[in-house]
Design a protein around this ligand. Structure first.
Ligand code: F0G
Length: 466
């Protein structure tokens, strides 16, 4: 059997509308060619993110009904805490309303201005949260992870050489902790191997520096280890997770990914002082320590989701569905980051539209065109999102890759809908030089990709007449 079999049947469905091409052109222009501003009711297949967009199971919906809404020490928190301890193994479990709130708490207590946080690749909110407290977010991805055409099993691995260089350059006193993002979202949803996590952990421990996981897609990462890393084929997913987290000293987590819920997150720490500091801030910003920014029912749904995500049948279907989208794109000759990631396929916009230089936002052009042509919403992971100033030279540095992420929500779309997406990608690529580059007309000071407005260069519409 070479197709990913859904380990569920569908109990509830939600109608989606298809709007006309004319209407899409109007909406896209109004949105400043930024699909974050297009109403979801005008989107046919929404692959903007896999975050908080999944379908909950019958047992999770049931957990919502039985959630305990006590302000303090609810039964739902006890379930949440013990489920998380069982998988992640850390001493302190701090609930938050989503991942970036956990990051915000950690960085507020642990990062001082001028300090440096190395990561394989920081996700955009992680980078922004480090910078918000005056820190420097440093990416130390292995070079293999920057080559979109290379077929390799663990392209999320951190470069020990780059990490060592960072320690030499800044000194251990300026590095409060090291982060490892599993899977590496900004570098193609690629997994980190256990061997690499062990090496990074040993490096950190030798220097007395904590290692913190950005654990959003930890179960997907564990699946890749089980399938690809020698010696793990017979190891249960949960045991792989435990082995991985035992290498670190804590984690930040967006439950909107691998806890299969629409909202939620947590911060786990072993260090008592950091945990106390984070809890004090939690009470100020989010809520009492046994609910964070969540309702009791949300905590209950997270606990149930964490139990479900470890199911190997679910993970085989989940990652198989994403891989299948890659196979369809291959059949159409559309280039993407190899191999497909756990939660997404990352189109290589520079190769899809080679006539556009990075300064004209080729990945944003592909993103806008996917919506115009097929009502498909994707997200740009290129210059609009990641162009940044070099901390030493002050010069603008474009990112290494111009990618468009097709993030697949969990348990939501059918294979047919994803086949349709692949054919829309092919249609966009075939438009070639008819697609104009974009320029920014307005941008905010941080995280500009969410709200920036753009227009086609030279006036006229995004798509030139044939
Ligand atoms: N870290 C990683 C690796 C992420 O992918 C995200 C979110 C976060 C942290 C922040 O979590 O959204 O719950 O605050 N990624 C989403 C995405 C938004 O579309 O990839 P959050």
């Amino acid at each position: 059997m070479d197709f990913p079999f859904e380990p569920y049947r569908i109990k509830v469905v939600e109608k989606i509308q298809r709007v006309s091409r004319e209407e899409r052109l109007r909406l896209l222009t109004e949105a400043g060619h930024n699909v974050f501003k297009v109403p979801s009711t005008a989107i046919y297949v929404d692959l903007l993110t896999d975050s908080g967009t999944g379908a909950m199971s019958d047992l999770q919906w049931a957990a919502l009904m039985t959630g305990d809404e006590a302000y303090a020490c609810s039964r739902s928190f006890a379930d949440f805490e013990s489920t998380i301890r069982d998988i992640f193994g850390y001493r302190h479990v701090i609930p938050t309303h989503q991942g970036r709130a956990a990051e915000g708490l950690l960085f507020a207590v642990a990062v001082k201005p001028g300090q440096v946080v190395p990561n394989n690749i920081h996700f955009d909110t992680t980078r922004a949260n480090v910078e918000h407290v005056g820190g420097i977010a440093l990416d130390c991805i292995d070079d293999a992870g920057l080559d979109p055409a290379l077929e390799a099993p663990f392209k999320g691995d951190m470069s020990l050489k780059k990490l060592a260089h960072a320690f030499e350059k800044y000194g251990v006193a300026r590095i409060p902790f090291v982060m490892l993002t599993i899977t590496n979202n900004s570098g193609g949803g690629q997994p980190v191997s256990m061997a690499n996590a062990k090496a990074v952990s040993a490096f950190c421990r030798e220097r007395g520096v904590p290692l913190i996981f950005d654990a959003c897609r930890f179960a997907e990462n564990a699946w890749f280890i089980q399938q690809r890393e020698p010696g793990y084929r017979e190891t249960a997913i949960k045991d792989i997770c435990r082995e991985m987290f035992a290498l670190g000293d804590g984690c930040t987590m967006s439950a909107k990914k691998d806890a299969l819920v629409n909202i939620g997150g947590f911060l786990c720490l072993n260090d008592d002082t950091w945990a106390q500091g984070a809890t004090n801030l939690l009470i100020l910003r989010e809520g009492f320590p046994t609910y964070g920014g969540l309702a009791g029912r949300d905590l209950a749904a997270v606990a149930q989701g964490l139990r479900e995500v470890l199911d190997p049948d679910y993970l085989a279907y989940r990652i198989g569905q994403v891989a299948r989208l890659g196979t369809r794109l291959d059949e159409h000759g559309v280039p993407f980051v190899r191999p497909t990631g756990g939660h997404a396929v990352y189109l290589d916009a520079s190769r899809m539209l080679p006539h556009l230089p990075q300064s004209q936002f080729p990945a944003q052009v592909v993103t806008a065109a996917l919506y115009l042509i097929g009502g498909v919403r994707a997200v740009e992971i290129g210059s609009l999102m990641f162009e940044h100033r070099d901390p030493d030279t002050g010069k603008l540095v474009p990112p290494a890759m111009e990618l468009v992420r097709l993030a697949v929500p969990r348990r939501v779309y059918t294979h047919t809908q994803l086949d349709y997406v692949a054919s829309v990608c092919a249609e966009v690529m075939a438009l070639g030089e008819r697609l104009r580059g974009l320029e920014i007309t307005w941008e905010p000071p941080t995280l500009r990709h969410f709200t920036a407005k753009l227009r086609p260069i030279g006036g006229g519409p995004l798509l030139r007449e044939a």
